[in-house]
Design a protein around this ligand. Structure first.
Ligand code: BES
Ligand code: MN
Ligand code: ZN
Length: 502
């Protein structure tokens, strides 16, 4: 069983490097070559040096091959597969790249990657020419190859990608993003009979140790150390030992005391049954091993800092608990006290995410003096109703920051939409007996993702705060593009991209 993630990553992860030979020797060692097909009026193969060399090497005129497929439009992701046998070379892929913009290169790269998934092909990929699109290209090649399985008999093959061009730095940078996303996915896909809060804490410890960067340190709070974290306890005490954990990872290199301090709080529910307010219909529960996707993304992004080394101080707070159904589970109508003293009337125990986050946000505000306070959570079904699975809901009062993050999201392939914190709905959080009711049920404004965000805002003090509701984007319902069915790793690339830009 893959209780050690690090070894699993090495087993599956496809190698990517770049190569810049100018002659036919290039083809001596690869089994496949991918050539881009753009479209002006009709699909056309550019006469690059590579294409000329390939023609000499194989004696195949690619434009004649192309003419055999009149229905091929060179739309991004369309592929013509030409079998051949010249030396080791057994395939030429003619890959449609549409208009060769970011989105099209992402689609085309993912599509090529899927062609060779589960094989040991050695692929020379020449889909992009300039440096600008290499990171998109490489990340998509790697991520579309993601696999997770726990079958007892494993015969896994993985391809190798050689990107054509002088792109060493870009390939390395893209690999940091892709590898981190890969890790997030491994954590999400691990089933909840293995993945409890203690398991997550141990994974985090070994990831910190493996990073071999002394700027990364980790502390785990459990038991009595959590006594002031009323939300985390109320949710997590539903599950017998090992119980809830607060994983605190800090990235603070020499000199970082003068830099911006970012605190990131992640929802780490290792399984969400709904608790006493049991989830119905029960099929809704199947995906709930993913309910720690926010914490996982924050964890991998923080670990990636050891390689990227940006000038920013980071604290990650992973709020880990299982929302189980048991005799020690909290009840609807319980009143709990969060870190910092705010009392909350629990209405529906299935709205557990905001309870664990509230403690993390209040703790960050009171103890850690953040310049930016971020949270990431698979928080509400309503976020998916509003935006579907392609855009995450982003809430913040800082529109300049929202714009910046929106652009980064488009670039890295994790899109976000700036949603409104609607002040008029705040009255719904009133409670007759506590400071707040936690599901905003005093009035019905039918805006579950917005009212959840308004609840969280009560705990951020005066901090510059951004909340990401990734309930929709955290899981994919289809095996397509960069994603397999299941955890996407959403927010990993977004956070790394943003942290690196501060
Ligand atoms: N983890 C769920 C939200 C969720 C739903 C994530 C579907 C991914 C896919 C969360 O804990 C939850 O149950 N939210 C409730 C809140 C409600 C009871 C106020 C919801 O959205 O239905
Ligand atoms: Mn829930
Ligand atoms: Zn949940």
């Amino acid at each position: 069983m893959p209780t050690k993630l690090s070894s699993k990553i090495i087993d599956f992860y496809p190698a990517v490097s770049c190569i810049n030979l100018k002659n036919e020797k290039l083809f001596a060692d690869v089994t496949a070559v991918a050539i881009p097909v753009g479209t002006d009026e009709k699909p056309k193969i550019a006469k690059t040096a590579l294409v000329k060399n390939l023609t000499t090497f194989t004696n195949i005129d690619l434009n004649i091959e192309l003419a055999n497929w009149p229905e091929f439009t060179a739309k991004a992701g369309e592929i013509i597969e030409i079998p051949l046998s010249v030396g080791k070379l057994t395939r030429i892929y003619l890959v449609g790249i549409g208009e060769a913009n970011l989105e099209d290169i992402r689609k085309a790269s993912a599509s090529l990657s899927r062609k060779v998934k589960g094989t040991d092909a050695k692929v020379l990929s020449a889909l992009v020419e300039g440096k600008d699109l290499v990171e998109t290209n490489v990340a998509a090649l790697v991520l579309a190859n993601y696999q997770f399985n726990m079958k007892s008999e494993k015969k896994l093959k993985r391809p190798t990608f050689l990107v054509y061009g002088d792109f060493k730095n870009e390939v390395e940078r893209a690999s940091i993003f892709a590898k981190a996303t890969w890790r997030t996915r491994d954590l999400i896909h691990t089933p909840s009979n293995i993945k409890n809060p203690l398991w997550l804490a141990n994974q985090a410890k070994s990831m910190v140790a493996a990073s071999k960067n002394s700027a990364l340190t980790i502390k785990i709070k459990s038991g009595a150390a959590l006594k002031e974290f009323g939300g985390l306890l109320a949710v997590g005490n539903s599950s017998p030992k090992p119980g809830p954990r607060l994983i605190e990872i800090s990235y603070s290199p020499k000199g970082s005391s003068n830099w911006s301090h970012v605190v990131m709080v992640g929802k780490g529910i290792t399984f969400d049954t709904g608790g006493v307010s049991l989830k119905r219909p029960y099929e809704f529960m199947i995906g709930m091993k993913s309910d720690m996707a926010g914490a996982a993304a924050i964890l991998s992004a923080t670990i990636a800092m050891a390689e990227l080394k940006p000038k920013v101080k980071i604290t990650a707070l992973l709020m880990c608990a299982e929302n189980a159904l048991s005799g020690t589970a909290q009840r609807p109508s319980d009143v709990i006290k969060h870190y910092g003293g705010t009392t909350v009337e629990v209405i529906n125990t299935d709205a557990e995410g905001r309870l664990v986050l509230a403690d993390g946000l209040a703790y960050a505000d009171e103890e850690l003096d953040p310049d930016y306070l971020i949270d990431v959570a698979t928080l509400t079904g309503a976020a998916t109703l509003g935006l579907g699975r392609q855009y995450a809901a982003m809430y913040t009062r800082d529109s300049a920051l929202a714009k910046k993050i929106h652009v980064i999201g488009n670039n890295v392939g994790e899109k976000v939409w700036h949603m409104p914190l609607i002040d008029d709905y705040e009255v719904a959080l009133e409670s007759d007996i506590a400071d707040l009711n936690h599901t905003a049920d005093k009035y019905d404004f039918s805006a579950g993702s917005v009212t959840a965000a308004l609840f969280l805002e009560k705990f951020v003090g005066k901090r510059k705060w951004v909340h990401f509701d990734i309930a929709g984007t955290g899981r994919s319902e289809v095996d397509a593009g960069e994603n397999i069915k299941g955890g996407t790793g959403f927010a990993t690339r977004l956070l790394i991209g943003w942290l690196d830009s501060i």
